[in-house]
Design a protein around this ligand. Sequence first.
Ligand code: DX5
Ligand code: ZN
Length: 220
Amino acid sequence: MPNRIRIAPSILSADFAKLGEEVAAIDRAGADYIHIDVMDGHYVPNITIGPQVVKALRPHSAKTFDVHLMIAPVDPYVNLFADAGADIISFHPEAGPDVHRTLQTIRERGIKAGLVLNPGTPVELVWPVLDLLDLVLVMSVNPGFGGQAFLPSVLPKVGELRCAIDASGRSIDLEIDGGITAETAPKAVAAGADVLVAGSASFKGGPERYAGNIASLRQG
Ligand code: DX5
Ligand code: ZN
C-alpha cells in the first residue's frame, strides 16, 4: 500500500536570490520533503546548483533533503552531496556507467538511494536493483526545466511500480516529478504515487500562498 501522500516542493521554482528564506518558508507551509534539482548542462540542457548551495541551505530546514541529480557522471559527486546534507540522492540510469555500483556508493554513506525513470526509460531497469532502492522517481516530463506539461503516458509505469513495490514488502517511496498541479496530482495518486514533486504549483503567488498551494496538492 502507498504511504501517506507527501509533497516535495522543487526549489527550482523558488526565488534564487533568497533561497534560504524560500526553503524556510516552504518548510513552514507544510512541505514534507525539500526537492533539490541539480543540473549540469551536460546530462540535461540546464545548469542549476551544486553541493555548496545544498550545504548553505541545510540550516534553513530540518525536512528531508531530496536531491535529484541530473548530472553525468554521478559517482564522483555522491560524497559531496552526502557531506552537504542530502537525505536522499536520486540519479538517472542513463548517467552511467553502472547503476548498481552507484546505488552501493550512495547506500554506503548511510543515506537513501533513488533511481529516476525518464518518460522514455523502460520500467524494467528497476527490477534488478529494486532491493537496493528507497525511492523510485517517475519523471512526468523530460528533465531539465520546470513549468512543463504533465505527460499522462507515464501513469501506467507508476501503476506497474506500485504493484512491484507492494509485492516487495519494502518501504519504497514512489515519487512523481513534472507538471504536478492540483489537477494532475489526483491522477498520479490514483496510479499509485505517494510523493508528489511540484515546483511551479508550490511556489506560485509568493510565500503567503505556499500553505494553500501545498494543501491543494495534497487533496489528491
Ligand atoms: C525537472 C525537475 C522538476 C521540476 C518540476 O527536470 O526535475 O523537479 O522542477 O517543476 P514543475 O513542478 O514546475 O513541473
Ligand atoms: Zn526533480
